[in-house]
Design a protein around this ligand. Structure first.
Ligand code: 6PG
Length: 250
């Protein structure tokens, strides 16, 4: 069962999510010596990344032991305003003492097939597993995800084959509704995570959130439903406007 936390407004959601990340980081570093974090793109996490970079949070985390990955990337150069990497760099990565080698970005400037293949290599080097034998990698300590108002997550958009992929770890895909190539982690990697947390804010997401959490299971239509960590935890971190249509809240 997912654990749903509803905050009264966006500010408290941002603070709650930032605490959630900092606490998980401390626990993972204490238990396993490192914290592996997959960041989501989109605009919702921007204030969380910015808050993580403030002294209060920055100094709580041993950044030399943090490894940063990305759940998906738009196929644009890293200095393009649409780049998920650029958003994270501006809000967080440039402001914390992260060794450059600890940042694993998806190379959106490369041909999508190559960017996906290289990212599979990066994941295998860090997490083991065997992408050619269907053995998933050891999971991220935290896989942070967003959700679009059509129910997509990472770049798993409705109707695309990547949503139900059970073998490949990372895939390139052309996404008609946004008119661009993307590279995305598939459910194989996402569902191997120790913890997955969706961060969802705002009334615009309320209808689709209700369908994702309480409607019939139809992941090809509502890709966020495919996210079910095999042995990890699933959290939904919401604000009141996003949660407004839910029948059950906790
Ligand atoms: C991306 C994403 C995507 C995003 C959602 C929510 O690259 O766009 O990773 O899955 O998280 O679309 O985006 P917003 O936070 O902007 O609503």
């Amino acid at each position: 069962m997912p654990k749903i936390t509803v905050y009264p407004d966006n500010d408290s959601l941002v603070k709650g999510t930032t605490d959630f990340i900092a606490d998980l980081a401390a626990r993972a570093i204490a238990e396993r010596g490192r914290f592996t974090l997959a960041l989501s793109g989109g605009s919702t996490p921007n204030p969380v990344y910015a808050l993580l970079a403030t002294p209060e949070y920055r100094d709580r985390i041993d950044w030399s032991r943090v490894l940063i990955f990305f759940g998906d990337e738009r196929c644009v150069p890293p200095d393009d305003p649409r780049s998920n990497y650029l958003m994270a760099k501006n809000a967080l990565l440039d402001h914390v003492p992260l060794p450059p080698d600890n940042i694993f970005r998806i190379r959106g400037e490369d041909p999508p097939e190559k960017a996906a293949a290289d990212y599979i290599d990066a994941l295998q080097n860090t997490f083991g597993g065997d992408p050619l034998a269907g053995a998933p990698p050891e999971g991220f300590d935290l896989n942070l995800l967003g959700m679009g108002d059509n129910g997509h997550t990472a770049s798993l958009f409705p109707g695309l084959a990547a949503v139900t992929e059970t073998f490949r770890w990372v895939m390139p895909l052309y996404v008609e509704v946004v008119g661009m190539w993307r590279v995305t982690m598939t459910p194989v990697v996402i569902n191997a995570s120790r913890t997955v947390a969706f961060l969802v804010s705002g009334a615009k997401k309320a209808d689709v959130l209700q369908r994702v959490l309480e409607g019939p299971y139809q992941p090809v239509v509502l890709p966020s439903q495919i996210v079910k960590p095999a042995s990890g935890e699933l959290h939904w971190l919401l604000d009141e406007p996003a949660a407004a249509k839910l029948r059950r809240e906790s």
